[in-house]
Design a protein around this ligand. Structure first.
Ligand SMILES: C[S@@+](CC[C@H](N)C(=O)[O-])C[C@H]1O[C@@H](n2cnc3c(N)ncnc32)[C@H](O)[C@@H]1O
Length: 146
């Protein structure tokens, strides 16, 4: 399953857009980070991409409103924080809520599964697989249901 996903998800906004992805929404709870993305030249040439200040542990999107969620650096930032176990569990529940049944979360991470996997798997509404890829871990979570 991971092999099938691995090459289908270019993990930056520009290359996703250029591969035909639309309805892309980026979030970060840092306003400067979001402003930098929104104002970047690559964003100007790719209309319709949304940039929102939002906490990944408390997403405000509607239930089941996304097919795919891609994490690049957020899990790792949270894993370095105090009380990371509480935040990681919250992030997992928040992501699962906004994924449609069958939807997937893809995360390229430096955080080893010994730390992250038990916390991600506390949420029973998805299945999470992990595989080593070069110096990274590739996590893929699939929300149960069709
Ligand atoms: C390593 S940076 C990655 C930034 C960006 N995703 C990228 O790929 O270039 C980690 C980011 O996670 C953000 N972050 C940390 N905790 C977060 C949370 N709970 N909700 C949203 N963003 C968070 C930080 O503000 C920081 O911008």
């Amino acid at each position: 399953m991971l092999k099938r996903h691995r090459f289908s998800y270019p993990v930056n906004v520009s290359s996703m857009y250029d591969h035909g992805w639309r309805n892309i929404t980026n979030i970060d709870f840092s306003k400067p980070c979001i402003e930098q993305g929104r104002l970047s030249p690559s964003s100007a040439s790719r209309p319709g991409v949304k940039w929102l200040v939002m906490d990944a542990c408390s997403l405000t999107f509607e239930d089941a409103s996304f097919d795919t969620a891609i994490d690049k650096g957020t899990l790792d930032a949270i894993a370095c924080s105090e009380a990371f176990d509480w935040f990681l569990s919250r992030m997992a529940r928040s992501i699962v809520r906004v994924l449609r049944p069958g939807g997937i979360w893809v995360c390229v991470s430096f955080t080893p599964p010994e730390i992250a996997l038990p916390l991600l798997e506390e949420c029973k509404e998805w299945e999470v697989e992990v595989e080593k890829w070069r110096s990274f871990w590739m996590y893929v979570g699939r929300k149960r249901g069709i």
